[in-house]
Ligand binder design. Structure first.
Ligand SMILES: Nc1nc2c(c(=O)[nH]1)N[C@H]1C(S)=C(S)[C@@H](COP(=O)(O)OP(=O)(O)OC[C@H]3O[C@@H](n4cnc5c(=O)[nH]c(N)nc54)[C@H](O)[C@@H]3O)O[C@H]1N2
Ligand SMILES: Nc1nc2c(c(=O)[nH]1)N[C@H]1C(S)=C(S)[C@@H](COP(=O)(O)OP(=O)(O)OC[C@H]3O[C@@H](n4cnc5c(=O)[nH]c(N)nc54)[C@H](O)[C@@H]3O)O[C@H]1N2
Ligand code: SF4
Ligand SMILES: [Mo]
Length: 719
């Protein structure tokens, strides 16, 4: 137990402050404990960023610590099932097997998949780079390419770095358009904003408005000033109609960005065909509404257009995020108070280098798709495992991911993993994915790790810094994620590792990064003591407030000419592809055909936490939501179970009839499907559900970015 985290101590209870790292929101937690067990958890009112906010997931951080399903020792697969082995033996097996496979088939024979919790773990983030370098495989996949890749793609080509991410200045805006995000369930994404519901209410209290555009009347939409249903996958047209109005009515005004852009003439010439009247029947949104909302947004002094998952995971996700940036720029709502702004985090994630181009340096073997930032689209992972030939994946490493449930056509992956020569998973559970591993390496997590939000401080709605000490020591000699990476790097690296690397710890790198960062004053030995450093951050138990977002351009731009590129070539080419479909694009669905979308629930996290009883009380959440008109048309009643079928699979699932669904659209949450044999997760039968990704089509992707297109896939429904 680290005593620096103790502020109050009575005879039996202590108080520990930390940041919850389960999701992006960065809520400060106030935890009382007796040195061994958690006694209570609540939101830390004194945390300057989260101000006491907490959700049900953070509240069970103690239960996650004690979770009987958690693995504590490495597991080795034998003919009679998994057996516990010690760490050294486990590492040696992994090293030996992976090296042998690499020697026989080459570097690319090892495939890597990194899941969502990797980015919530600063230790893992600091050591994953060296680990990947030791393996040198082109078959590198992460959850990014079924999530926010279109954001990075647009940022890279427009601003010069995938990490120059616009964040809505929700604290000061007066007009916010939310497309394809449900912060009331997700707690905000690429908008780290603990207590997001209050922040949204505050917009209304200061006389502003927020509008939700979503095929489902979501928890967020219900409290919004206005909600509009949109036909899934057609946001690109809605955005083009906004652009049309801005250009045709000559309402663009780039304000302070005017000297920092190029290609304005090009973007002013592309929107002409997309008049709201022509867009209306495609999107399902009345032309009058498109015009009114666009004009309200243009006229508002502080306004922001924000799009997230729902507009990312569709066939034109890349175009959507380019258009969102473009519209914010053209209307003077980028890099300015109340608009889409950029963070200035204590540890910057944007490289200093200008003109870096991490795109297309290699291509996927089977489908010939380009890498971006060293990754290939995850939708191509299975074909790289099952297609024979040079470069075929023979072994997989998964870290903090459950791709059998989370990737497109996960059912096919489930089978493909069976055919591998070897697999190792670094994960806290024996679940639907890790059951395929020959070795499972279970790290510490939650209360047993120290924590600094490297990534999410970069996405936060104000600048902030907080360090969380580990509350409890590792149990039974358990190792941290970063220690596991280090142990494996040692066994897999063909180069001699530096002494610095060998003795290093995440805290050490963090200390250096903070000194080197914008608040660190690294320039002089005297200043070392005046700037922000880890010691100061650790002393501020509730966190350090580094102030509201400030304008960051042109300094932050990393394009070679230090300009914003309004019209990158790849996006124009994709727009031309879209345009050829434009005149024929209309909603042609058969009688029992629907467009499928996903959803998240406040009380679980992607594919995990479904085994925590406290979170899973109440009725089954894994239902297919459908509008009453559609249910009636198909002769379905509330209690019915239906078959939902796609090109790649089918699932049997109960329906939930609700007016909250747009007619013609159905919604199924992802991450469920805990009935597969071999998993040791104890999920109650009533909550096991079915996997969305047993029916999501791996061929459906945004061809511009390679991102999976979960939204808008056509499925058939029958009784
Ligand atoms: N149909 C559909 N599919 C989707 C989505 C969707 O909206 N619809 N969303 C996509 C998105 S945005 C994402 S991010 C992905 C998420 O999918 P994945 O990236 O595959 O991640 P999770 O399903 O969250 O699984 C996380 C795994 O990490 C383990 N874990 C938890 N904490 C730790 C830790 O500290 N260390 C280690 N080593 N392991 C840990 C858990 O046991 C679990 O196995 O799913 C994607 N898939
Ligand atoms: N409680 C909880 N919180 C989470 C997670 C979780 O699993 N549970 N996951 C975390 C992760 S990994 C991520 S990436 C974030 C995601 O956070 P968000 O981006 O807020 O994601 P969702 O909650 O899935 O909301 C996406 C919305 O898009 C809508 N949508 C679907 N298709 C379309 C479309 O074609 N057009 C439009 N306009 N809307 C569409 C859906 O109806 C849904 O309301 O949440 C994070 N937070
Ligand atoms: S909103 Fe996210 S960060 Fe906050 S308590 Fe819940 S899971 Fe943790
Ligand atoms: Mo995600």
């Amino acid at each position: 137990m680290d005593t620096s985290s103790i502020t109050v101590s009575t005879e039996k209870s202590y108080t520990h402050y930390r940041v919850c790292n389960f999701c992006e929101a960065m809520c400060g937690l106030e935890i009382t404990h007796d040195g061994k067990q958690v006694l209570s958890v609540k939101g830390d009112e004194k945390d300057p960023f989260s101000k006491g906010s907490i959700c049900p997931k953070g509240a069970v951080i103690g239960e996650m610590y004690n979770d009987p399903d958690r693995l504590r020792k490495p597991l080795k697969k034998t003919n009679t099932g998994f057996v516990e082995v010690d760490w050294e033996e486990a590492f040696n097996i992994v090293g030996k097997r992976l090296n042998a496979i690499r020697d026989q088939y080459g570097n690319d024979a090892i495939g890597l998949y990194f899941g969502n919790p990797t980015v919530h773990n600063y230790g893992a983030m600091m050591y994953v780079g060296a680990f990947k370098k030791a393996i040198r495989s082109k078959n590198n996949y992460t959850a990014t390419s079924m999530d926010q890749l279109p954001h990075h793609f647009a940022s890279h080509f427009m601003f010069g770095s995938g990490m120059i991410m616009p964040i809505p200045d929700i604290n000061r805006t007066e007009y916010m358009i939310i497309m394809g995000a449900n912060p009331s369930a997700s707690n905000g994404s690429i908008m780290t904003a603990a207590g997001v519901q209050k922040r949204l209410r505050d917009i209304q209290q200061r006389g502003g408005k927020y509008i939700v555009i979503d095929p489902r009347r979501t928890e967020t939409a219900k409290s919004a000033d206005e909600h509009l249903f949109i036909r899934p996958g057609t946001d690109v047209y809605f955005l083009l109609a906004m652009l049309h109005i801005i250009v045709i009515e000559k309402k663009y005004n780039l304000k302070q960005l005017t000297p920092h852009i190029n290609d304005l003439d090009i973007v002013l010439s592309i929107a002409e065909p997309y008049a709201p009247e022509k867009i209306s029947s495609i999107t399902g949104i009345a032309a009058e509404d498109i015009k009114r909302i666009t004009n309200e947004y243009i006229d508002a002094e502080k306004a922001v257009l924000y799009g997230r998952m729902g507009v990312s995971t569709q066939e034109y996700g890349g175009l959507c995020h380019w258009l969102i940036n473009l519209i914010n720029i053209l209307t003077g709502h980028l890099d300015t108070e109340g608009g889409a702004m950029f963070t200035n985090p204590a540890v910057p994630m944007v490289r200093n280098k200008v003109g870096h181009n991490p795109y297309g340096r290699w291509k996927s073997r089977v489908r010939d798709l380009p890498e971006f930032e060293g990754e290939l689209p995850v939708s191509t992972m299975v074909e790289e495992i099952i297609t024979k030939g040079k470069g075929q994946i023979k072994a997989m490493i998964t870290h903090a991911g459950n791709p059998v449930l989370s990737t497109p056509n996960g059912g096919r992956l489930d089978q493909a993993l069976e055919g591998l020569d070897f697999m190792v998973s670094i994960d806290i559970y024996l679940n639907e994915t890790t059951k395929h591993a020959d070795i499972i390496l279970p790290p510490t997590t939650g209360l047993e790790i120290d924590h600094y939000d490297l990534i999410f401080n970069s996405f936060a709605v104000s600048n902030t810094a907080k360090f969380s000490e580990a509350l409890f020591p590792p149990k039974d000699g358990q190792l941290h994620d970063w220690q596991i990476f280090k142990a494996l790097t040692k066994r897999l690296s063909k180069k001699k590792l530096s002494w610095m690397y060998k003795i290093s710890t995440p805290k050490m790198w963090l200390r250096l990064a903070l000194l080197n960062g914008p608040y660190g004053n690294f320039s002089g030995i005297k200043q070392l003591f005046t700037g922000l450093n880890l010691r100061k951050i650790r002393k501020s138990l509730h966190g350090v407030d580094l102030g509201p977002l400030t304008p960051m351009f042109p300094k932050l731009l990393r394009t070679e000419d230090r300009k914003i590129h309004l019209a990158p070539k790849l996006f124009l080419e994709q727009l031309a592809v879209l345009h050829t479909k434009f005149s024929t694009d209309k909603d042609t669905l058969g009688d029992n055909e629907f467009r499928l979308i996903g959803r998240r629930h406040l009380r679980s996290n992607n594919s995990w936490m479904h085994n925590v009883d406290k979170l899973m009380s109440g009725k089954n959440r894994c239902t297919v939501m459908m509008n009453p008109l559609d249910a009636e048309r198909l002769g379905l009643t509330k209690e019915d179970e239906v078959m939902v079928k796609s090109r790649v699979g089918e699932v049997k699932i109960p329906i939930e009839v609700t007016k909250n669904m747009m007619p013609g659209v159905v919604s199924i949450p992802h991450g469920f499907g805990h009935t597969r044999k071999g998993s040791r997760l104890k999920v109650a039968e009533a909550h096991a559900g079915v996997s969305f990704n047993d029916i999501s089509d791996h061929d459906r992707m945004d061809t511009l970015t390679g991102n999976a297109a979960f939204s808008g896939q056509v499925v058939t429904i029958s009784k």
